[in-house]
Design a protein around this ligand. Sequence first.
Ligand SMILES: Cc1cc2nc3c(=O)[nH]c(=O)nc-3n(C[C@H](O)[C@H](O)[C@H](O)COP(=O)(O)O)c2cc1C
Ligand code: SF4
Ligand code: SF4
Length: 255
Amino acid sequence: MIGIYFSGTGNTRHCIEKFTKAYDPEAIVYSIEDIRLPELIRSETEIVFGYPTQYSSMPKILRDFMIQNQELWQGKKVFILTTMRMFSGDGAGVLARLLETFGAAVIGGLHLKMPDSISDEKVLKTTLEKNRQLVTESEEKIKKAVQKLQMGKPPQEGLGAFSHLAGLFGQRLYFYNKTKRYTDKLTIHSKKCIGCGKCVKLCPMKNIVMENGIAKSGDQCTMCYRCINHCPKQAITLLGHRVYEQGWIEKYLQK
Ligand SMILES: Cc1cc2nc3c(=O)[nH]c(=O)nc-3n(C[C@H](O)[C@H](O)[C@H](O)COP(=O)(O)O)c2cc1C
Ligand code: SF4
Ligand code: SF4
């Protein structure tokens, strides 16, 4: 088995690592940012995919990766896990349907509630304790899902017709434009930026460059929120106008 994921703030990376280690201690997980990945996929039959739900859809960077490598998915046996803060009708289903068109067999899906990565929106913010609890509960859910998979009865979250309708009418119809293309809406507040370059290094899309000692954003943002959650000066926003609370998985792991 191999694990393949995309993760902005580490929630999904954490979950897929837990999942694959419980299922097969030898399994290794790779980010889609790893350029060796296409070669590694060829020799594997069983794959676990992981990604954060964005409006009951998948990040544009992942969709593009799947399409660019579409000849790789034929005959693969796939399990899909998605992370979210609150709700996703068919978070796993969107990738399942795409993979099936490329000839893969999707055997199961899992939806995991994790801390919210949208640091510039107040609405889903909660306490550190509650966020840690979310992570612990998801870890428990992962253990049970792996047991079911090993018994030949993998969970089917997000995969059925009802989930499809919930995702479509609950979110995707209203928000589809947000994940259809990359966005140019990332704002770097130049007065706050100290030119440390952290965001440039972290961005999976190479969407940020330094210009005259200040970070500057382009139009290829996949809304992963990695830079926004890590900027030491809270100088970056996307959906909101100010950063309320920055977060990443290490902050929520129980000591
Ligand atoms: C642009 C964007 C859209 C999101 N949409 C949803 C959503 O529709 N429902 C939800 O429950 N969580 C949503 N989230 C929250 C993330 O899915 C959640 O925090 C996820 O665990 C982040 O994973 P990561 O750390 O691997 O990036 C959204 C996050 C972002 C950045
Ligand atoms: S991480 Fe923040 S402070 Fe550092 S260069 Fe980027 S925007 Fe500027
Ligand atoms: S600009 Fe920031 S939010 Fe956008 S893709 Fe790059 S790291 Fe992610």
